[in-house]
Write a protein that binds this ligand. Sequence first.
Ligand code: MEV
Length: 311
Amino acid sequence: MTCSIAPGKVILFGEHFVVEGYPAIGLAVGLYARTCVEEGDLKIYSRQLGPIDPSSKEAKPYMRIIEEASIRYGCRDRYRIYIDSEIPVGAGMGSSAAVNVSLAHSLLETCGVEFTKEDVSRIAYLGEIMVHGKPSGVDNTLSTYGGLVYYRQGLFKRLNTSLPENTALIVADTGVKRDTGLVVREVLERYRRLGGLGKVIYEVAGRLVEEAVVAIEKGDVSRLGELMIVNHGLLFAMGASAWINDYLVHKMINNGAQGAKLSGAGRGGIVIGIARLENTGKIMEALKTEKVNVYLVKPDHEGVRSINTRI
Ligand code: MEV
């Protein structure tokens, strides 16, 4: 049996706008999906969901990945697949991409063909289409390569720096699950309805990402925080926010965060905040009074990889 793990992610800047070809910045995080594959009859088992019927909606991305590996790489069309994930589902932390990436990696390994990370990311992207309809590709890219990444229209560069020292990234998971595909579609509908005005908002979002790259390079936390707040405002304008997201953004800022925003598709999911280390205790304490799970982000620098552990 061959097993691989792939990390989840947080989007720091540019979600939704990235779907229309504008840039985004994301960070792969140390929460993982693990997928093991062995030759055999077709069976899909998830530790969280139990057996998954191969003809069901849930299995569609996995079946698409198996199909692509079979057509393009000459792999079999039947495998036993075991999926396990510690990434919260429907929260905007890239859980589907991490499963698709780890599956694509384990399949190609089991199949015994030579492959690159580019192959893995491309096949996983086909699975993502089955999940979201119109994915930008940022999630599978982050999960495949790891690290802090600037992404635009299928191309990416690793930002050769990390977040400024003495800085923490806090994630608050609202626990409100939503369908990424639906939110993406509704945001795009508003974009089309707004016409020229929508275009201006998207241009501003793109410009903001370029400014964020400069702020990251300079280690300017207060600038980064301010840009996060503006990014949240633009996402609110496009209908990607919900009351709970706005509330947690205020809560983080009022308790000492330099900035905060929804991250991922929004309408629930997660809110991220950036703070100086000395302020994180107060922010985490304040969030404890809300019914939300709070994490400090641990980056992942490696992306997808094989592991020896069996499920
Ligand atoms: C989801 O992590 C980010 C979105 O921009 C969708 C996408 O890029 O495919 C909302």
